[in-house]
Design a protein around this ligand. Sequence first.
Ligand code: NAD
Length: 492
Amino acid sequence: MTTSPILSNYINGQWCSSEATETLNVINPATLEILAKVPLSPATELNHAAEIAQQSFASWRRTPVTERIRYLFKLRELLEQNQQDLAQTITLECGKTFAESLGELQRAIENVEVACGVPTLIQGYNSEDIARGIDEIMIRQPLGVVAIIAPFNFPGMIPFWFFPYAIACGNTCIIKPSEKVPLTMQKVFALIDQLGLPPGVINLVNGAKETVDAILDHPHIKAISFVGSTPVAKYVYSRATANGKRAQCQGGAKNPVIILPDADLEMTTKIIADSAFGCAGQRCLATSIAITVGQAKQSFTDAIATVAETRVVGYGLDETVQMGTVISAQSKTRIEGLIQQGKDEGAKILIDGRNPKISGYEQGYFVRPTILQDINPQGELARTEIFGPVLSLIHLNTIEEAIAFINQSEYGNMACLFTRSGAAARKFRYEAQAGNIGINIGVAAPMAFFPFSGWKDSFFGDLHGQGQHAVEFFTQTKVVVERWLSDWSRQF
Ligand code: NAD
């Protein structure tokens, strides 16, 4: 019998075994094969990483920014050369399709590319002669050690919303991946190991709650970028900020789309199906509720039901598959329980994806696309994040009612509208309370040079990840007022 390897941490430029007494199995959610064991690193290991990163910061911040980004140019090349291998690892541990894994890595690469622009993005501003012989300048300086805490659903992308910017700005960092999908970062760090970076600039510590708590309490760690569920985001934000740290915490979502009667039916249906069922609904920008307005109801309901029923579900490495697994047995049970809850609250299960039999993968954590019709707009299901391939349908009479329904949500990650009317689109863009808005778009994911903007309980903090926002988050401003006279004997 072969035993699964225990994954290592990467601290001070070296792979090191964890002294954790507890490990978790990393499982392929389609085959249930145990891929590895992940150590739940104790606080002492995180503290060691923080000490190392702090020591490394002293010289890294003095390294010229042009030199710092040269490592990113090299990382970009390595990511591209290894994209297929990395994508395979994402699919193995996360269950999504290979094409989806390639797609998330593309956004990771784009973030590295944008972070290569930090020499420009980090620039401050200046004003000469604010008084005679006096100039004022604003410069940006790095914070020190920063930490990134990631969720399970995009193991190859989400750390890249942050760390390329953090290190390009002169910070050192610690990454804690999700304990459910730690293999992708092992592979990424195998590439980071080839960069020749000074030891301690980027560190990897595997673990779960104890490791996170050590991050939240460590005095060397000045800023935290967190992505995950809303209850944990709230907890991380409050504990980190109570300890005087900067924090940006992305939380959960319940994303609605509105379909107006004038929307192009074929395009709208395809886009909404991709949004609701892509990555098995485990995207923070997945459509969860489709609101039909007026005459759109019957035609959209029929069309989306057909697409949901014919979606090819299976093992993500099979090229013909359009949708893979959900992440775990616990997640499958929870999603199927919420489908039942929707029914109990009065919805009709139009397409029921519970307990599918996927040939060759009978034990896998599959839920097929599911459609719940006429859910209770005031019910629990209309508010709860499902994070699975479940689309709930609601019918309302006007766009005003639809926007009012959207705006009562406690979440505000994404909202989309499907229409051919410019006036309706403008009204929606203006009034909808969400940080990411799509007009005839189903996954309004910002490019790497735009901030990833959630609102309400989808985000706690101020500056977001990616692009200029990340540069501002990972730097602090310093204003210098200076007097230089050509004639020091002059009276003034
Ligand atoms: P999660 O909150 O369970 O875990 C996220 C991270 O927090 C992990 O690294 C985990 O180890 C850690 N963690 C979990 N429980 C903790 C606790 N009690 N104390 C301290 N740390 C803890 O989230 P998940 O299930 O991995 O990811 C799915 C969630 O992430 C969904 O809610 C999804 O909407 C959200 N998400 C949001 C965005 C966004 O940009 N808003 C992006 C991706 C995912």
